[in-house]
Design a protein around this ligand. Structure first.
Ligand code: FES
Length: 323
């Protein structure tokens, strides 16, 4: 595994991005969004910037980091929202046992890991490609020692029993509004799911409401599982509610097309400042929950950390660039 780790250290962010885009075409649709979301949640450039910081405590302060941002602390759980998480022990073992000289082409390497894992998991390779890419990046960031233990699955038996078809059908489903639903207008109610693996992980949203505002209707206590959460604010950590702090970023697994478009001067500009995503897509897979209105049922993922790091990453990149 040491030589594979050394091999992975040769690739920069752009190479990873190209490889992930390339393998997306051959991967099963169930985890296509999950793969893009995961790579946005754990960017290599951010990791390298944090790793190079001479004083980690000061880096935490200046980048406003909160929560768990290191993959070394969550090797078996960071990707729990992938459908393929149920095959994680096979994928992790395929990475650990990878013995042939790795191909130079990173996309081909991801494909080989998926191929080897598919033999032990006895499932199609297409369903394992996205998580195989995430597994290799996890080894790259977490290091050999943190990656060495056998893979653990963190799913209930009920979640494990769901087929890809059932999960995709559930994601595409909109709540029934009654026979005269078309007359309900603003009174329509939608379900926002924030963890597809937990049966109770959802709250109700009134048509056109911002996701973070709707989350307040969930009276349960989330501070024990995520200390960033505030009592009475629901499962999504929030602070400013005005696109200033970056606390409320979420990934959109299903239903991105039912969300309001990004407003460039607010959400779009700020997400680039935070470092979360740099795109001009009107409805990207990473959103600020305090700015995003929903007009249908949506499935989201809440990342376990937040920060404001784009400036520091750019500075680090400039320092690394050849003179
Ligand atoms: S709560 Fe601060 S950006 Fe959304």
């Amino acid at each position: 595994m040491v030589s594979l780790y050394d091999h992975l250290c040769r690739y920069d962010t752009a190479a990873w991005q190209r490889a992930v885009d390339e393998v997306a075409a051959e991967s099963h649709p169930i985890d296509r969004n999950a793969t893009r979301i995961w790579f946005a949640f754990y960017p290599l450039d951010f990791f390298l910037t944090f790793q190079a910081a001479p004083d980690p405590a000061s880096a935490v302060r200046v980048m406003g980091l909160m929560g768990r941002w290191l993959l070394a602390d969550q090797v078996d759980t960071s990707h729990r929202f992938f459908y393929a998480h149920r095959y994680w022990p096979s994928i992790k073992a395929a990475v650990q046992r990878f013995s042939t000289p790795p191909p130079d082409d990173l996309a081909a390497l991801i494909g080989e890991v998926a191929e080897q894992a598919s033999r032990t998991a006895r499932v199609d390779r297409e369903g394992l490609i996205g998580l195989s890419a995430a597994a290799l990046m996890t080894l790259r960031q977490a290091g050999v020692d943190a990656f060495a233990a056998p893979g653990q699955i963190h799913l209930s038996m009920r979640a494990r029993a769901m087929s890809p078809h059932q999960v995709m059908k559930k994601r595409a489903h909109d709540d029934w509004q009654g026979v005269f639903g078309f007359t309900r207008g603003l009174r329509k109610r939608w379900t926002i799911t924030f963890d597809e693996n937990e049966p109770d992980a959802h709250f109700e949203l009134i048509n056109g409401q911002e996701i973070a505002t709707a989350a307040k209707s969930d009276p349960r206590e989330y501070r024990t599982t995520d200390p960033r959460c505030t009592v009475g604010e629901g499962p999504i950590p929030v602070e400013c509610r005005s696109a200033s702090c970056g606390t409320c970023w979420v990934g959109v697994l299903g239903g991105a097309e039912k969300l309001s478009p990004v407003v460039d001067r607010d959400e779009g500009r700020r997400m680039k400042v935070f470092g979360y995503i740099d795109t001009d897509e009107p409805r990207p897979l990473i959103r600020l929950a305090c700015q995003t209105q929903a007009f249908g049922a949506v499935s989201i993922v809440i990342p376990p950390w937040n920060g404001i790091f784009a400036t520091w990453v750019q500075r680090h990149r400039a320092q690394q660039a050849p003179a």
